[in-house]
Ligand binder design. Structure first.
Ligand code: ZN
Ligand code: ZN
Length: 404
């Protein structure tokens, strides 16, 4: 990583409860956990949802690699917890680095009215208590330090400025802003608009942010009717805040457990019409912040078996500047989930394209196959003066279950 750059990785993006259904896979099913690595190397973890388990395995693997060169100095991280609802703490018992003595963790959250002093420590004790978990909290050998903070606080940790704000959510919730020398990130999830104090606080927190991660659990219609009072928000509110605060980009986060990937696609495209710098948080998505701005990368989409092919195809899509294009190409790499192809156009990441593949030679009939896909990768190709483009096929609506 270049000297002055910060990196964010999304390990869990789903709200409320983990999801495993196939038509939710594309955005991911783990509950909130975002990793931020500051320019000096300081590690921050935002929330401890079920995505935390994968982050733990990743940090352990990195540490093992480092240890070979410089001895095991352990893992150190600052863990900022927004609140104590299950979806934000459920990964704690499954984060292996907590069970290794050489590691050190600094926790920050607020004193809950219901738990009193040392709220976060009590959450640990309760989660790893009999009969809910097989080992007790004594097995957590890592050093743990707890600090209780409130809204409107500011402090510095290893060169990163941290600011907090109260959000409007049942039993309370904190939003965090991290200002690093490479850019700023605001993490404001689990917030319902409409409480004047919190509405003002979140706007102050999000002022000029490079990345604003915001609760977009519901549709604007749900938020105005059946889900009013549930403590969450929608893409439209995110767009309003991003615009008012001149945030550079907006990341829709905390997807509803009942939202399919197609539902999230819909929220994203509606939001992009109003605020073009919008993204939808996806498990494995990363953002690199540096002097040039923010660079987004999506997870590898060409998993599973792939075949080298040569199929004539036409791609219809949207350019980075918002214009549409139609371009003929040859599909060279095809899997069940996605494909790789070259285009002179530069399609926008997370935008939808249609890939129309001509019928294979020698087949009778004129069966062109039309595939809907979303763009997951786009890079300048070295050999050709073209862009290498990765696309992930979009699932059609789930088939109706069979009836008796
Ligand atoms: Zn939540
Ligand atoms: Zn919550």
């Amino acid at each position: 990583m270049a000297q002055n750059s910060a990196k964010l990785v999304f390990w869990g993006v789903r709200g409320s409860t983990p999801t495993l259904e196939r038509d939710m896979w594309r955005y991911g099913g783990n509950t909130p956990c975002v990793e931020v690595t500051a320019p000096g190397g300081a590690h921050f973890i935002l929330d401890c949802g079920t995505g935390l388990r994968m982050l733990g395995n990743h940090l352990t693997a990195l540490n093992n690699r480092w240890s070979r060169w410089q001895g095991d100095t352990g893992i150190e991280a600052h863990i900022l917890v927004t609140h104590y609802h299950w979806d934000h703490i459920q990964g704690i018992p499954f984060f292996h680095p907590f069970f290794e003595a050489q590691n050190r963790f600094h926790f920050y959250s607020f004193q809950s009215k219901h738990l009193g002093r040392n709220s976060l420590r009590q959450v640990f004790d309760a989660q790893l208590a009999s009969p809910y978990f097989p080992v007790d909290v004594g097995a957590m050998a890592a050093s743990r330090f707890f600090r209780e903070v409130g809204g409107g606080e500011k402090w510095e940790t290893e060169g990163t400025q941290i600011t907090t704000a109260w959000l409007n959510h049942p039993q309370g919730c904190l939003g965090y802003r991290l200002d690093t020398s490479a850019g700023s990130v605001v993490y404001a999830t689990d917030n319902e608009p409409g409480a004047p104090d919190c509405d003002a606080a979140i706007r102050q927190l999000a002022q000029g942010a490079d990345v604003l991660i915001y609760d977009a659990q519901y549709s604007p219609e749900q938020l105005a009717s059946t889900r009013k009072g549930w403590g969450h928000s929608c893409w439209l509110e995110g767009v309003k805040i991003a615009r008012e605060c001149k945030a550079k980009s907006l990341v829709l986060f905390h997807h509803d457990p009942d939202s399919t990937s197609r539902t999230v696609d819909g929220f994203l495209s509606a939001a992009r019409q109003e605020f073009p710098g919008t993204w939808a948080a996806m498990e494995g998505m990363s953002i690199t912040l540096n002097d040039q701005g923010a660079e987004y990368a999506l997870p590898e989409s060409r998993m599973g078996q792939r075949r080298r092919v040569r199929l004539a195809a036409t791609v219809y899509g949207c350019n980075e500047n918002g214009g549409t294009f139609e371009e003929k190409t040859i599909l060279r790499d095809l899997g069940l989930q996605g494909a790789y192809l070259f285009l002179s156009n530069k399609p926008r990441l997370q935008s939808e394209v249609r890939v129309v593949v001509d019928a294979a030679e020698g087949e009778n009939g004129n069966g062109a196959v039309s595939l809907r896909a979303t763009v997951t990768h786009c890079e300048r190709s070295h050999e050709k003066s073209q862009n290498g483009v990765g696309v992930f096929f979009i699932e059609d609506a789930a088939p109706e279950p069979p009836r008796d």
